[in-house]
Write a new protein. Structure first.
Length: 281
């Protein structure tokens, strides 16, 4: 990583401190991964696997009669409410679309719902409760758009990012396909295990990768390409804050069984001269 003293770093980063939601310190990728996983499981009618052992009320009020029938949860915002060692509480704003198989096949327009729910998650990221605060039908119709693949991909990307920062090798390897290709920014020949060992030797603290300029492109059936940048900051063992811009390409496969990473390519980018133009994912 390219080293900068704290004062210089703060001067450079000052330009990107715009709306509070975009600030790196306020985005918990691990928590957001759990939220996206929950709604992906609802979209695929597999939500039981995301329920905590001590589950309470899960009202499923967006479904008529609380009967799970798939649907599409398009997440608009995730707002943390409280966090402790026992878990987290968040408020989630959603556009919910529900359509029959015939309507989906015909690309019909459907009447969406504006939904706000409060989720309580345990420290494993499993849902203890889900209470609907707002459930209103839109005044207009819109074309049905599936959400499960996007929710699965977001969950995997955020889990991958959080695991790189926490050096959670078990989680990273669980996301890798058996035929996966990995290339880290330090040395393209490094395997994932070698790259993690290198990062551990650096003895960084407060490592934080923020996702910027994300584009998601379908490649073939069930395969998606992600192009994005990491704005990576960390404190080295001399107490200096280091900053790097890293360009990343990922290929992911998406199925009912989950998401697997088939390719990960990362390389350092030249210093950014217009940080104000960056947009967080």
């Amino acid at each position: 990583m390219r080293s900068l003293h704290l004062m210089a770093l703060l001067m450079m980063l000052g330009a990107i401190f715009i709306p509070p939601r975009t600030q790196a310190a306020e985005v918990d990728y691990g928590l957001e991964a759990d939220v996206y996983l929950w709604y992906a499981s609802l979209d695929m009618a597999q939500y039981q696997q995301r329920l905590a052992k001590d589950v309470g009320l899960v009202d499923l009020a967006e479904y008529a009669g609380a009967e799970i029938r798939g649907g599409a949860h398009h997440i608009m915002s995730i707002t943390p409410i409280a966090q402790s060692q026992d878990g987290s509480e968040v408020e989630v704003e959603i556009e919910f679309l529900l359509a029959s198989a015939m309507e989906i096949k015909a690309h019909s327009e459907v009447r969406g719902q504006y939904v706000v729910q409060r989720l309580n998650l345990d420290n494993l990221g499993l849902v203890r409760s889900s209470v609907t605060l707002v459930n209103e039908y839109d005044d207009f119709t819109s074309r049905y758009r599936a959400a499960a693949p996007n929710n699965q991909i977001r969950a995997a990307l955020y889990a991958w990012t959080q695991s790189l920062d926490s050096l959670d090798g078990a989680r990273l390897f669980s996301l890798m396909a058996t035929d996966a290709s990995f290339s880290g920014p330090e040395d393209p020949s490094q395997t994932l295990g070698q790259y993690l060992a290198y990062l551990k030797r650096l003895e960084h603290s407060d490592s934080r990768r923020v996702i910027k300029n994300l584009t998601l492109t379908p490649e073939t059936a069930g395969i998606y390409r992600l192009n994005f940048e990491y704005q990576w900051t960390a404190t080295n063992n001399q107490g200096e804050v280091e900053l790097a811009q890293v360009g990343v390409v990922m290929l992911l496969s998406v199925s009912q069984q989950g998401v697997k990473v088939h390719l990960y390519r990362a390389q350092y980018l030249p210093p950014v001269t217009d940080l104000g133009a960056e947009v967080r994912c």
